[in-house]
Design a protein around this ligand. Structure first.
Ligand code: ATP
Length: 221
């Protein structure tokens, strides 16, 4: 359901992706690993329609998304994808509850309904007590659970996570991963996780190892 074919992406002289091809199935949980600078984050951003490769194709449900204009790509992302980055990237001026409700409001749900749904996701992730707090008042683990709630609240088909536990201690990291992968498996959400951490990769069905901008190997758990 998600596919990169012959993808090249460079930043000036740096060739981050060099003819990379991967295919990810519906409901699959995939870890993208490999040395620093091997192109993991670049691949994630290309698959998520955030970056456009110079050559090659990115397809979601068989439809090319790399050739769409910015507005159309943003719509595909909003309607189908959720993202979790290393540092939650929550909006600092909004409460945890408002942060989680925001993607629903972007997708034209009413404010009341969005708040109710957001609250149920905070409960599900065990951070309902944080609803009224701003991101600056949350611990790293709490903020990351709020970020996971925000990524899942729209019921996305695919969640992209870039080092989702990178800033957390191992216990907080485990909770975030349990919740992320547990929810993904329950709802057959496809999950693509970039990580350096073998413990995180162990949650995946398959590990895609990158080296120098291409796939070095794919290991099935
Ligand atoms: N916005 C950018 N501008 C310039 N160079 C970039 C940019 N993003 C990535 N690069 C370069 O592209 C290469 C691949 O980067 P990328 O972040 O995809 O690797 P990574 O495997 O995710 O690395 P890390 O594990 O260190 O996060 C690196 O050499 C990096 O310096």
């Amino acid at each position: 359901m998600l596919e990169a074919r012959g993808v090249h992406k460079a930043f000036g002289p740096t060739r981050a992706l060099r003819g990379l091809t991967v295919e990810i199935g519906e409901g699959e949980i995939v870890a993208v690993t490999g040395p620093s600078g091997s192109g993991k984050s670049t691949l994630l951003h290309c698959l998520a329609g955030i970056l456009r490769p110079e050559t090659g194709e990115i397809r979601f449900d068989g439809r090319r998304i790399d050739s769409l204009g910015d507005a159309a790509r943003t719509t595909v992302r909003r309607e189908n994808f959720g993202v979790v980055f290393q540092f939650g990237q929550l909006v600092p001026e909004l409460s945890a509850l408002e942060n989680v409700a925001l993607p629903l409001m972007f997708n034209r749900h009413g404010r009341e309904e969005s708040m109710l749904t957001a609250r149920s996701w905070l409960e599900r992730l065990g951070v309902e007590d944080c609803a009224g707090l701003r991101p600056g008042e949350l611990s790293g683990g709490q903020a990351q659970r709020v970020a996971v709630a925000r990524a899942l609240v729209t019921g996305p088909r695919v969640v992209f996570a870039d080092e989702p536990t990178g800033a957390l201690d191992s216990l907080a990291g485990e909770r975030v991963m349990d919740e992320l992968t547990g929810t993904a498996r329950e709802s057959r959400t496809t999950l693509v996780i970039v990580t350096h951490d073998n413990r995180v990769a162990a949650y995946a069905d398959r590990e895609i190892v990158l080296r120098d901008g291409t796939v070095a190997s794919a290991v099935t758990a």
